[in-house]
Design a protein around this ligand. Structure first.
Ligand code: AVI
Length: 320
């Protein structure tokens, strides 16, 4: 956890990292940027809007699973758990979990954005006045040390909903799950939302909705680069494209250049060919067994699973 001055320093380090990664990513033979940069204030608001689109099934399906099986999940986790969550989000799923758990000992949300974190922490403190809530400003993709709260708890539970694990390539996913295992400690648990493979049409519609919200979310990355890194992207010269890679079992989001053009970021020139893309996100859809094998490499053994009737999404509980 860091104080007000620390938050400022962290923000400065953050924008230096953003610049370095953008220069690197646009300079690569296959242009790519990490999806974590999609989430500035506007990007986060657009993501919340995506979650409400009829085509975007993961949020609705996972919320329904958490509602339907709240008691079983609480029973399987056990009482007096300390819950930590990487990526605070809107807190809607967390409210469901914390309301179901018996006597949760504390809640530690970890997020890169101090504003989003403060909002979520405040909302949860209001909703659960007796719960100890300790927000941690940090980039969980590069590692984070949770503060020692010196609180008695029966078990440490890593909560990672939303199929966010799908946004990591398998080796990165393993290291993230391994870090969670380390933080959870012996006897700890992991409750994770995993999106499952399904027909291509459903997937493409979910990642390129009719109202163009996902397109706006993707293109907002260029607007962010223009604003924060003195870029001169003309957004009208790019379009959002979703593609399903069956071999890798992942949806990819790309920003495709309509034409040959030259773009600058912080004074550095980047040439685009017509049709060339920036790969902005992968969203892996895991076969349940394959995901269990991945989790096992990171030190987790499967305890219980909950899946919807269509087998589109799975909430999985692991122990160690
Ligand atoms: C946050 N993450 C799990 C979302 C996903 O489905 O991969 C991000 C997203 N990208 C486009 N739509 C939603």
């Amino acid at each position: 956890m860091i104080g007000a001055g620390g938050v400022e320093l962290e923000a400065r380090g953050e924008s230096a990292r953003f610049l370095a990664e953008v220069l690197d990513g646009l300079g690569a033979p296959r242009k790519a940027l990490s999806p974590k940069w999609l989430y500035d204030a506007r990007g986060s608001a657009l993501y919340e809007l995506i979650c409400q689109q009829p085509e975007y099934y993961p949020t609705r399906t996972e919320l329904a699973l958490l509602d339907l099986h709240a008691d079983e999940i609480a029973e399987a986790v056990g009482p007096d758990a300390l819950v930590f969550e990487y990526g605070a989000g809107s807190g809607r799923k967390t409210v469901r979990l914390l309301a179901a758990l018996r006597r949760p000992a504390a809640y530690l949300p970890v997020d890169i954005s101090p504003d989003a974190l403060a909002q979520t922490a405040q909302a949860l403190s209001r909703r659960f006045p007796r719960l100890v809530v300790r927000p941690v400003v940090a980039d969980f993709t590069v590692g984070v040390a949770l503060p020692d709260l010196d609180l008695p708890c029966a078990r440490r539970l890593a909560f990672f909903p939303g199929s966010t694990i799908g946004n990591f390539d398998p080796p990165e996913a393993v290291s993230l799950l391994r870090r969670m295992a380390r933080e959870a400690g012996p006897g700890g648990a992991l409750l994770v939302g995993v999106d499952l493979p399904k027909d291509e049409g459903t997937l493409l519609r979910a990642y390129d909705d009719a109202h163009g919200v996902t397109a706006a979310f993707d293109l907002n990355l260029l607007a962010r680069i223009n604003r924060e890194l003195a870029g001169d992207f003309m957004l009208s010269r790019f379009r959002h494209r979703a593609a399903w890679d069956a071999r890798l079992s992942r949806i990819e989001m790309h920003l495709e250049s309509h034409e040959a053009q030259l773009v600058h970021v912080a004074g550095a020139p980047f040439a685009f060919r017509a049709g060339e893309t920036i790969h902005t996100e992968s969203s892996y859809k895991w076969e349940p067994r394959a995901f269990d094998a991945l989790a096992a490499i990171a030190g987790w053994r499967l305890d219980r699973t909950w899946t919807d009737e269509r087998a589109w999404f799975s909430v999985r509980l692991y122990g160690r």
